[in-house]
Design a protein around this ligand. Structure first.
Ligand code: NAD
Length: 250
């Protein structure tokens, strides 16, 4: 498929996991793609790569300017994907941890979107896709802080969709379930028996397996592509049936 031929895309958190799979898929399908990441050292051609910390406004603005210059001045697709995890109930994390995770997961999207909007407006038919999570609406145990940040991402997606619809900018999000990325690998590795923990996690999925990063990338690509031209202000679940079937991943 070459449905992104002639289009320019920017993916945050694009050096690993879902972001990396998305950047590679968009490039395979014809887009020119720039990745922004804390550590873009593993990212090579055909992707453009820039170091950026989404918690630092100057860093984001600088990297977006450089990336848009690489891509030729216009941005058609923004994938706001950079994010970090957090475990625990409201009693487990002090205020500064709440601020730290919110700063990455929510304000990171705000800063990147703000820096990209002038370039997205220039497209005339742009799409923003935010990586949200089933945690936004599922009521997951021991994920109070993470869930609150993803709830904010969901609300932000709807508000941005309303604000920019008449500018030719669509805004949607994907809600992944448990995705087999380096992030989940790190969580499993921290368990006393990682193999047993993985097997238990897989057994709790309706499909009996974790979601792949490529499957989430496919959903992001759909929402970023002209095929979803009439879709804005929606969340697409990519969770192996977890939420639709009212099941819990943990
Ligand atoms: P990952 O850790 O494999 O990749 C995240 C990337 O974001 C890394 O390359 C990291 O360097 C980058 N990043 C982190 N903080 C950053 C910052 N301050 N500035 C710039 N880049 C930064 O994680 P992943 O599993 O691919 O997760 C990507 C997104 O998917 C996150 O928003 C996460 O909340 C969401 N998500 C993941 C899962 C899952 O099960 N893996 C489920 C639902 C949602």
């Amino acid at each position: 498929m070459s449905d992104f031929e002639g289009l320019n895309a920017l993916v945050t958190g694009g050096a690993s996991g879902i972001g990396r799979a998305t950047a590679e898929l968009l490039a395979e399908r014809g887009a020119r793609v720039a990745v922004l990441d804390l550590d873009p050292s593993s990212v090579g051609k055909p992707l453009f790569a820039h170091r950026a910390d989404v918690t630092d406004d100057a860093s984001v603005r600088h990297a977006v300017t450089a990336a848009v210059a690489d891509l030729g001045g216009v941005l058609d697709v923004l994938v706001n994907n950079a994010g970090i995890g957090a475990q625990g109930t409201v009693e487990d994390n002090p205020d500064d941890e709440w601020h730290r995770v919110y700063d990455v997961n929510v304000l990171g999207m705000v800063r990147t979107t703000r820096a990209c909007l002038p370039h997205l407006r220039a497209s005339g038919h742009a799409a923003i896709v935010n990586t949200c999570s089933i945690a936004a609406t599922a009521g997951l145990p021991h994920r109070a802080l993470y869930s609150a940040t993803k709830g904010a991402v969901y609300s932000l997606t709807l508000a941005m969709a309303a604000d920019h619809v008449r500018e030719g900018i669509r805004v949607n999000c994907v809600n992944p379930g448990t995705v087999d990325t380096p992030w989940v690998g790190r969580l499993l590795d921290a368990a006393p028996d990682p193999a047993a923990e993985r097997a238990a996690l897989e057994a709790r999925q309706p499909t009996g397996r974790l979601v792949s990063a490529t499957e989430v990338a496919g959903a992001i690509a759909y929402l970023a592509s002209p095929h979803s031209g009439a879709t804005t202000g929606t969340a697409l679940a990519v969770d192996g049936g977890m939420q639709g079937l009212r099941l819990r991943p943990v």
